[in-house]
Design a protein around this ligand. Structure first.
Ligand code: GDP
Length: 533
């Protein structure tokens, strides 16, 4: 099978290419210019030329295009979503650059985009293995089918044995009877549940730790990790003997930057190592171990992340436990808020979701879909807990505060345990947009404020975390981060270091996909291993 990917301008100038198989793209670019390609969705096109199937997504006058030279069985919306990620990565990494893209950025673009493209190709490979080769007719984007034959008609019940969930149908459940009386339809793509996400300890349902290196093939995992592999091989002769600290520092700095740690953060880390090792005999293993210890320390702020314990310890209060979620636009705030809701429902807590993104058109409706999905899943679990939405439509700053206050009143009267408040996404560098957060924080007085930050971001994450952390005034900081989209960056997990080091705010969870069970607890050792690999 052959396939290729390019990022390009409307005229066909290649900005990035996955491999050198780019000549066939001339046909695609011709079909775009002549408008003979089929539009599947907004800015998403397909063409079939010379036995190749092309897909192309446009954003801000930049295109990401790929082709398969055999029939593909991958869903159109999966292809679109991956092309969206690829374009987002490219645009984010290059947007502030005025001149040529320097080598560091080129390496980062290459690792991130190649990783995302390979993830998509793995889907194709899996389909080839399972023999699922029914060609997908090219049709405009359609609402996915709701019924999975395997689980048709089955209402599964949650059962736990030895801390593991059994007897709940895996995969997409049958929600063909899902009501639409309120005009909102559950999204079947998000109704997949992975039972391995949770474990039961006593009467608590806990989120499992990340336990594998996301998106890495087995071969990569088995890579030789002896000190002679990779860039360290250059220093083999130094083993056991003193090293040139400046030269080694430079190499480790490059390594950290290539893992998406911001250059200024990496420099601070390396300076700390140098200070710690001052006056000592420094060998390569000593330098490496000191760096591992430092990264481990950064990712382990001495602050409890036991959210369930905190909620339970405050359950005798009259008011529900209030959590608000903040972050820039599109990072996954509402998706991760819904993941938290799903987890609380597993713990038999009544959850009220409050729609305080009252600016962005469609934001309230988007939350309603999440609540519809969660209600559908909750019914299939035959859960005793309830979930509902509180919204008062759209409006300006005062409307947000009034909505939050009313939601807390409503939640208190109606026996809700937790209120999750979604807030409008805002640009962290725009003081005018950040200012209302303080007013909101003062009025809602959330028990916890969680910032969602994307793993993709890289350098900008330092400023994002710092600005959101200081947005609530002198007496109030962020309590936790959720790092989203960790599934899209492979081992380039440096954003976590950037955000935690800038603020000393701990990571509560990592988002590892788009379903409600794509959530993992931080595994510090694994993340540090990824950074050192
Ligand atoms: P918001 O604007 O911050 O509320 O962002 P949304 O929750 O609407 O998410 C934006 C997009 O990111 C949606 O397409 C989500 O499905 C997707 N998304 C959110 N979290 C993750 C994640 O952990 N992994 C991946 N791959 N996509 C995610």
């Amino acid at each position: 099978m052959s396939q290729s990917l390019i990022v390009h301008s409307p005229s066909g100038e290649i900005l990035y290419q996955y491999n050198n198989k780019i000549i066939p793209f001339n046909d695609l670019i011709g079909s775009l210019v002549n408008e003979t390609s089929i539009q599947l969705d907004d800015n998403f096109f397909t063409s079939s030329i010379n036995q190749k199937r092309f897909y192309c997504l446009k954003r801000d006058d930049i295109y990401a295009s790929l082709y398969f030279d055999i029939v593909t069985t991958i869903d159109n919306d999966k292809i679109k979503s991956k092309l969206q990620d690829i374009l987002k990565t490219y645009i984010k990494l290059t947007e502030d650059l005025e001149e040529d893209i320097d080598e560091d950025i080129q390496i980062k673009i290459k690792s991130l985009i190649d990783h995302q493209f390979n993830q998509l190709m793995k889907l194709q490979a899996n389909d080839d293995i399972t023999g699922n080769s029914t060609p997908e007719p090219v049709t405009p984007m359609k609402t996915p089918k709701k019924v999975n034959e395997k689980s048709s008609g089955k209402k599964a019940m949650r059962k736990w044995v030895d801390g593991e969930m059994i007897d709940q149908a895996d995969g997409v459940l049958d929600f063909s009877e899902s009501k639409e009386s309120d005009g909102v339809r559950a999204d079947s793509q998000q109704l997949k549940v992975d039972n391995m996400t949770f474990k039961k300890e006593k009467d608590l349902v806990l989120v499992n730790e990340l336990n594998d290196i996301l998106g890495q093939s087995d071969d990569e995992d088995d890579e030789d990790e002896t000190p002679t592999s990779g860039f360290l091989s250059k220093f083999t002769s130094y083993f056991g003997s003193s090293i040139d600290i400046d030269e080694v520092s430079k190499k480790f700095h490059e390594q950290l930057v290539n893992k998406n740690i911001a250059p200024q953060t990496s420099r601070q880390i390396i300076d700390r190592i140098k200070t710690k090792l001052k006056g000592k005999k420094i060998t390569l293993p000593i330098f490496k171990q000191t760096l591992i210890d430092e990264l481990t320390k950064i990712l382990s702020p001495n602050i409890s992340t036991d959210l369930l314990y905190d909620i339970k310890s405050k359950s005798s209060r009259s008011r529900p436990y209030v959590i608000s979620v903040v972050g820039v636009n599109g990072v996954g705030k509402s998706t991760n808020l819904a993941k938290l809701a799903y987890w609380f429902l597993q713990n038999n807590m009544n959850v009220l979701i409050c729609a305080c993104d009252t600016f962005r058109s469609g934001a309230v409706e988007q939350l309603k879909v999440h609540v519809k999905n969660l209600n559908t899943l909750n019914e299939s679990n035959q859960s005793q807990a309830k979930i509902d939405i509180f919204e008062k439509g759209y409006g300006g700053g005062d409307h947000v505060v009034a909505t939050a206050k009313s939601a807390i009143e409503f939640g208190t009267k109606n026996d809700f345990d937790v209120i999750l408040i979604d807030t409008a996404g805002r640009t962290h560098s725009n003081a005018k947009l950040m200012a209302p957060l303080k007013k909101f924080g003062d009025a809602a007085d959330p028990d916890k404020i969680i910032m969602v930050g994307e793993a993709l971001v890289g350098t900008d994450s330092v400023e994002q975390a710092t600005n959101f952390n200081s947005a609530f005034g002198n007496k109030r900081n962020l309590d936790f981060f959720i790092i989203s989209k960790v599934d899209t960056v492979g081992d380039l997990v440096g954003t976590m270091i950037n955000m935690v080091m800038a603020t000393n705010v701990p990571i509560l969870f990592m988002g590892t996909g788009q379903t409600y069970t794509d959530i993992k607890r931080l595994n510090v050792k694994l993340i540090v291993d990824m950074l050192m690999k």
